[in-house]
Design a protein around this ligand. Structure first.
Ligand SMILES: Nc1ncnc2c1ncn2[C@@H]1O[C@H](COP(=O)(O)OP(=O)(O)O)[C@@H](O)[C@H]1O
Ligand SMILES: [Mg+2]
Length: 386
C-alpha cells in the first residue's frame, strides 16, 4: 500500500504544462539576484480557481529563495493589504542591527501613518494631496526602495508574492501600482525587486479600475492543461512510485477531467485508492476509475452545489442564461439579450459572480464558466427550479 501521490485541494510542486512559465520565472529571479535588477512590470497570473495559480506562485517563491532573495508572501483578503505588507517587510529586518533597520522601521511607521488619515489613500487628484504628509503610494515606494537597497547591500534582493490579488483593497492596489511605477524610474540605483501575483480571471479589471498605472502590470492567463500535460500529471507521480496507469484508465480520467487541474487531481486520487493504493509494480486499470466514479461524482455534485448556493436569485438568472447559450464562451451582449436586458443591466451580477470565482471572462466581452461541467449541472438540476 502506497499513499496516493495526487494532491486534490492542495498546491503541488509537480507542474506539467507550466514549463514555459517556470523557465521565465527562473530567468527573472536570476536577473534580480545576480544583476540587482528591478523588474519594472509586476507579473500577475490570472485564471479560474483550481487552474494552478497558487502552485505556480509557490514555485516562484521557491526559486527566489534558492537564489538568495528575501521573500514576502501575502494572501489578499479581508484585512487591508498594506498593513500586512509593511509588517512583513519589517519582519525581514528583525535580526538586523544596522541603521538600515531603523530607517525601514521609520518608513513602516510612515506608511501606517499615511493609512490612518481617512481619505488620503482614496483616489484624489494630484493637486488635492496634502503636502505635509505622504499618500500611501509614496510611503510604500520609499519603504520598498529602502528595503530592496538594504537587501542588495547584503548581497540579496526582494521578491514579493501576492495571492488572490483580486481581493485586495483599492488603496493597496493603487499604492502598489504607484510605488512600482515610480521605483522603475529610479534608474542607476540598485534596487533588486520583483512583484509577482496571482488572481481570478477578472483581476486585470480590478487592478485597472483601482489604478491608472495598473495597465503597466503584465497579466498572464493560466489555462487548463493540454491533453499531453494532463497525461503527464497522471503518469509522472505514479511512475515515481513504480505504479503504471493502464492506457484505458488514463483515457477515462482525461476525458472526465477535461484538462481542469482540480478535477484531474480528484479523479486521479480516487482511482488510486479504488485500485487499492497499489504497491510498486501495480497498475491502475479502467475498472478502478469506474469503481471510483460514484464517489467522485458525489464530490463534483457538492462542488457545483456549493457554487450555485453562493449565487443570489439575480445571479442565478444570469448563470442559467449563460448555460443556455450554445457557445461555451458566449458574448456578454448575447447573454443579456436572451434575458431581454441591455448589457449594462447584467454588469453587477457578472462582477459579483466573478468575485465569487463562478464566472470568468476569457476574452473581451465574453463570458464562461470557471469549471467544466457547471453548465450541464445547471441545465440538468437547477435550470427549472426556483
Ligand atoms: N500543472 C499542474 N498539473 C496538475 N495538477 C495541478 C497543476 N497545478 C496545480 N494542480 C492541482 O490543481 C489544484 C489547484 O491548484 P492551485 O494551485 O490551488 O490552483 P488555484 O490557485 O488556481 O486555485 C490542486 O489540486 C493542485 O494540486
Ligand atoms: Mg489559489
Amino acid at each position: 500500500m502506497q499513499r496516493s501521490p495526487y494532491t486534490p485541494g492542495e498546491v503541488t510542486t509537480f507542474l506539467p504544462g507550466r514549463e514555459t512559465h517556470m523557465r521565465r520565472l527562473r530567468s527573472q529571479m536570476q536577473h534580480v539576484a545576480d544583476e540587482g535588477a528591478f523588474i519594472a512590470r509586476p507579473r500577475v497570473y490570472v485564471g479560474s480557481r483550481g487552474v494552478g495559480k497558487t502552485s505556480l506562485l509557490r514555485y516562484a517563491q521557491k526559486v527566489a529563495r534558492e537564489r538568495g532573495l528575501a521573500t514576502v508572501w501575502i494572501t489578499a483578503g479581508d484585512a487591508g493589504l498594506l498593513p500586512v505588507l509593511s509588517a512583513e517587510l519589517q519582519r525581514l529586518t528583525r535580526t538586523w542591527h544596522s541603521s538600515a533597520a531603523q530607517e525601514i522601521a521609520a518608513l513602516v511607521r510612515n506608511l501606517e501613518f499615511s493609512l490612518s488619515i481617512p481619505g488620503l489613500g482614496v483616489s484624489s487628484g494630484p493637486g488635492q494631496r496634502p503636502t505635509s504628509v505622504e499618500a500611501p503610494g509614496q510611503a510604500l515606494e520609499a519603504l520598498i526602495g529602502a528595503t530592496a537597497s538594504a537587501l542588495h547591500k547584503k548581497g540579496g534582493g526582494l521578491a514579493i508574492f501576492i495571492d488572490e490579488l483580486q481581493a485586495a483593497d483599492r488603496i493597496a492596489l493603487k499604492a502598489l501600482a504607484y510605488a512600482w511605477q515610480h521605483l522603475r524610474s529610479q534608474e542607476g540605483d540598485d534596487l533588486p525587486a520583483t512583484l509577482i501575483a496571482a488572481g481570478l480571471g477578472h483581476t486585470s479589471d480590478v487592478v485597472t479600475d483601482a489604478a491608472t498605472f495598473g495597465k503597466r502590470f503584465e497579466f498572464i492567463r493560466l489555462k487548463d492543461l493540454s491533453r499531453e500535460a494532463a497525461y503527464e500529471a497522471l503518469s509522472g507521480p505514479a511512475e515515481g512510485l513504480e505504479v503504471s496507469w493502464h492506457h484505458r484508465a488514463v483515457e477515462a480520467v482525461l476525458d472526465r477531467a477535461n484538462g481542469y487541474p482540480h478535477f484531474l487531481q480528484l479523479w486521479a486520487h480516487a482511482a488510486w485508492e479504488a485500485a487499492g493504493s497499489p504497491d510498486p509494480g501495480g497498475t491502475i486499470t479502467a475498472g478502478a476509475v469506474e469503481a471510483s466514479e460514484d464517489e467522485v461524482l458525489e464530490q463534483l455534485d457538492v462542488f457545483y452545489r456549493t457554487r450555485w448556493g453562493k449565487a443570489t436569485p439575480a445571479e442565478r438568472d444570469l448563470l442559467r442564461a449563460v448555460a443556455q447559450q450554445t457557445s461555451p464562451t458566449p458574448r456578454r451582449a448575447d447573454v443579456a439579450a436572451s434575458l431581454g436586458k441591455p448589457t449594462t443591466a447584467i454588469s453587477m451580477a457578472r462582477r459579483s459572480l466573478m468575485d465569487k470565482g463562478i464566472l470568468d471572462s476569457p476574452g473581451r466581452g465574453l463570458l464562461s464558466f470557471t469549471a467544466p461541467g457547471f453548465s450541464e449541472y445547471i441545465l440538468e438540476y437547477e435550470g427549472t427550479e426556483d
